[in-house]
Structure formats: C-alpha cells, structure tokens
Design a protein around this ligand. Structure first.
Ligand code: SAH
Ligand code: SF4
Ligand code: F3S
Length: 479
C-alpha cells in the first residue's frame, strides 16, 4: 500500500449489535482552527447517489464544506475537491460510481492538486475499498457514513500530506446533533428521525453500511421541525430505513405514532415519512395518519415479494396474508391513500409460481408506483451465499412482466383523477416547459399545470385535465 493513513472497513465489525446505549452527541462536531479557511478560494463538486439518507448526508457535507470556506460548483472541471457520495444497495449502483471514477481520472492531469474523495455506503464495504486501493489510485480520500463529522480534519490531512487518507469506522454508530446543514430545497426538507437498520433482510447491505437502528431524541426532532416551519418550509419528510421502529431503542412505547402525532401538531402544512417496514406498522400509526390533515395520504410500503416462503427466506418477518391485511386496514381508514412499494424479482431460486404470487399482490394492492429491481447479490449478506438456479434471462423477463402490470395500475389509478381537484405544492417551472409549473399533490402524484400568479412554495388547487404515464396535467383553479 502506498504511504498514507488507513483505517479500513471491517465487515465482521459492521455485523456486531450490542446492547450498549447509543451516544447522543450535541457537541462532538468541531471545526478546528487549521481547517477553518481551508476552502477559501477553492471549489468543490459533490455528486450524490442512492436514497434519501444519502441526500440528507450530502446536505450535511455541503454544510461542513461551506463552513470551511469552500464554494460549490456544478462543473467537475472547475473543482479543487470532487466528492462522490455513493450507494451500495445493488451492483449497478456501484458500477455507476466506478465508471464515474474512471471518467473523472483525466481531470487530475490538468489539475494535479485536485483532491478526489469517495464517501457513503460503498466506503463501508471491505471489498470495494480494497478494489479502490488497488485499481483506483486517483482516489485520495475515502471516509465512511460514520465519519462525516471528521471531514474537516480528513480533508486537511489529505491536502497537507498529499497522501492517501482512508478513515472508515465499522461500528454501530452514534447520533451526532450539531452538524451543519445546507438544505438543498427551500420548501421541502428531509429530517432524519433515526439512523441505521437492524432488520438484516437477507439480501440487504444497509445494516452493514449504516450501523444499528438508533433514534434521535424526540425533542431534537421537534425543535428542528419547528425551526423549519418558522423558516417557511411547507413540507418535511421524516427519514429512516424503517421509521416504524422509531423510539424502540429509547424505550418509547408506540414511538413512531407518538412522534408523528407531535410533528403533525407543529402545524407544518405537509408531513411525509419514509420508509415504513410492514412488520411494525401499528394500528395506532394508521389512526394518527388518518386523524391529521397535514399527514399526507401516501404510504411507501415495500413488499419485496408476494410469496410467504420467499418473504421468509428474505427475512422480512411478515407473510403475504399479513401484508394484505395491513393494506386493508390502511385503505379502510384512509380511503384516499395512495401506495408505492419496492419489489425484488429473481431472488435465489424464486419459482414461476412464487413470482406469480408477486403479480397477484400487485393486482391486490394496485400500487400507484413501484420501484422494481432484479436481485443483486451483496458480498457479506446471507443471500449472497445461496446457490441460485434462476437464469439471468428469466429474471429480466419477470422484471418486464412485472413492470407492465405496475404500469397498467399506475395509469388506471391516475385516470381516476381526471376532472377532480388536487392540492399541489409548487416546486417551480416544469423542467420540460417554462410555461408549465410542476409539483406534487398530497397523494404524491407529480402534477404539471398552467396558471397565473403562481410561485414556488405555494400550495394551489389544481383541476386535473388529463393523464400521462408518470404524471397528471391540470389547470390551477382561480381563487
Ligand atoms: N429500508 C427500506 C429499503 C432500503 S433499500 C425498506 O426496507 O423498505 C431500497 C430497496 O432496494 C429495497 O426495498 C429493496 O427492494 C431493494 N434492494 C435492497 N437490497 C437489494 C438487493 N440486494 N438486490 C436488489 N434489490 C435490493
Ligand atoms: Fe435493508 Fe431490510 Fe433494513 Fe430495509 S429493512 S434497509 S431492506 S435490511
Ligand atoms: Fe444506498 Fe446506502 Fe441508501 S446503500 S440505498 S445509499 S442506505
């Protein structure tokens, strides 16, 4: 290994779950004197892959870099520091990043002082870090999801020593409260309510890359949301890999239902949350969602498979029947609720009949939206050791059949809105047409519409006129 500072990830350590209390740190993050002006006159370029957890981490990273004096550029070629915040959930997510690293390599020739960094979930993977060390000499700095607060020191060290720095803690994780943040949205904000995951679904890398399930204190969350409301934010999305487990580690009974109720009472116009694991979705939660007009009637409820044997092997902790019953209970109490889901096809040894059960589940729940994936083996997870007899072409063909069905229901559900009125939080002008505004309805439908005197951040009433594959068109109703 070339000279440098190395603390490498360990899969073995990442698996450990102890009963030790989580440290909630209100003063841990510091900007040492030496790092305070490090970014003055320098620019950074940040690219984010993966889920909302990573989006939110990127807002922290930008907050830290701006506090160090850096300014942000949208052009890689202008940057003194390029950072990729990466995702490890499927192989194709990793391949994208590795491809990007290859493309960006040439920038080092024109700018030898350029610092290249990689963080996020790929940095937590032993195998990937080994690959980067061997084959990607252009990467100067690697830090993990538990090391974000260390960015000022790590960057300083890399820039001063001109040696490689790798610092990845493989630990259960803390909760660090005093990190800076530069929010990307002016009207919609992400709010972490918990970190990590303890579900260990057999296919999934997240519990290894993000540490144990640990909740923020309710008070810290409520203060943050009150501040967002005071700043004029219209929508918050409460984030966690499994928000329904909120508070379990703090010993709070019905933690998520209680939290959601308190958040709704703050009175911010829109509250969303993601992701809810079907396993601990309680009736009390359904009641809280039904009770508050500002908790949006749109639930992301990943099913993964419609077959109970498959769900068991996946480690999902619910059966196909239990999922249906949960769906029924939600739709009975919240009749206008829309549903989205995640589905994996081609899990090891999935039979045609088992896949058929997944199609049946889509018929049953008539999802508004489904994110569908071909199973991708992840090193270190139990499923990666299962011998798989499903050929790749069968997997692709199943994905295609599934997507067709999902598309039919999505379209069918959208048709029901024609002639109806929805409330839209305006994101701004549509990307495709500067005469048209776009935003999301309460049900989380993308709406493109025309109107007069419309401003970003307004909530406007829109009458739906027609339907496109993934969006609805409409006209604002004059007040
Ligand atoms: N915590 C969320 C999911 C986060 S990962 C939940 O449990 O609902 C987002 C989605 O990626 C998962 O729901 C799953 O459908 C998919 N996914 C995760 N690991 C995968 C793998 N190894 N191969 C294919 N898809 C995977
Ligand atoms: Fe992964 Fe399962 Fe945790 Fe979701 S609940 S992040 S799929 S292990
Ligand atoms: Fe990807 Fe990590 Fe999120 S693996 S999906 S960025 S938690």
């Amino acid at each position: 290994m070339p000279k440098g500072n190395y603390q490498l990830p360990s899969l073995k350590d990442a698996k450990i779950r102890t009963r030790e209390a989580v440290k909630i740190e209100h003063t841990l993050f510091k900007l040492p004197e030496t790092t305070r002006n490090l970014g003055v006159g320098r620019k950074f370029y940040l690219r984010t892959y993966g889920c909302q957890a990573n989006e939110r981490d990127s807002e922290t990273i930008v907050g830290i870099l701006v506090a160090m004096g850096f300014s942000q550029t949208q052009n890689e070629e202008d940057a003194d520091f390029i950072l990729l915040n990466t995702c490890a959930v499927r192989k194709n997510a990793e391949d994208k990043v590795l491809g990007e690293l290859g493309m960006l390599k040439k920038l080092k020739t024109s700018n030898p002082d350029l610092i290249f960094g990689l963080c996020g979930c790929m940095a937590q993977e032993e195998e990937i870090v080994q690959l980067l060390l061997k084959k990607y000499p252009q990467v100067d700095l690697i830090f993990g999801t538990h090391n974000i607060h260390r960015l000022p020191e790590l960057l300083y060290q890399t820039m001063m020593s001109k040696e490689r720095t790798v610092e990845v803690y493989s630990k259960e994780g803390d909760v660090i409260e005093n990190l800076p943040v530069k929010r990307f949205g002016k009207h919609k904000a992400w709010v972490n309510i918990m970190y990590g995951c303890d579900k260990f679904c057999t296919y999934c890398i997240v519990p290894y890359t993000r540490g144990k399930e640990r909740s923020r204190l309710m008070n810290d969350i409520l203060i943050e949301i009150q501040e967002l409301k005071d700043q004029g934010y219209k929508e918050v999305t409460l984030l966690g890999q499994n928000v329904n487990a909120y508070g379990k580690d703090l010993g709070i009974e019905s933690g998520f239902a209680t939290l959601l109720d308190e958040v709704a009472k703050i009175g911010i116009p829109r509250v969303r949350f993601t992701t809810s694991h079907p396993w601990d979705f309680t009736d009390q939660m359904i009641d809280v969602i039904a009770k508050h007009d500002n908790v949006m009637p749109a639930i992301h409820l990943p099913v993964q498979s419609g077959n109970s044997d498959m769900l068991k092997i996946m480690g999902r902790r619910y059966t196909s029947e239990e999922y249906r019953s949960l769906y029924d209970r939600i739709i009975t109490k919240i009749p206008n609720c829309t549903f989205s889901t995640d589905i994996i096809v081609g899990f090891p040894n999935e039979t045609e009949e088992q896949f058929q059960d997944t199609l049946d589940m889509v018929d049953y729940c008539k999802y508004d939206l489904a994110y569908t994936f071909i199973y991708s083996p992840r090193e270190g997870t139990p499923a990666a050791n299962m011998i798989d007899n499903v050929p790749a072409d069968v997997k692709s063909e199943r994905l295609q059949r599934l997507n067709e069905k999902v598309g039919q229901y999505s379209n069918m559900n959208n048709q029901k809105y024609v002639g109806k009125e929805v409330k839209v939080l305006v994101d701004g002008l549509s990307k495709k047409n500067d005469q048209v505004y776009s935003g999301y309805s309460e049900e989380n439908k993308l709406i493109n519409f025309t109107g007069e005197n419309i401003h970003e951040g307004d909530i406007v009433r829109v009458k739906i006129t027609d339907v496109k594959s993934w969006s609805l068109n409409g006209e604002a109703i004059e007040e």
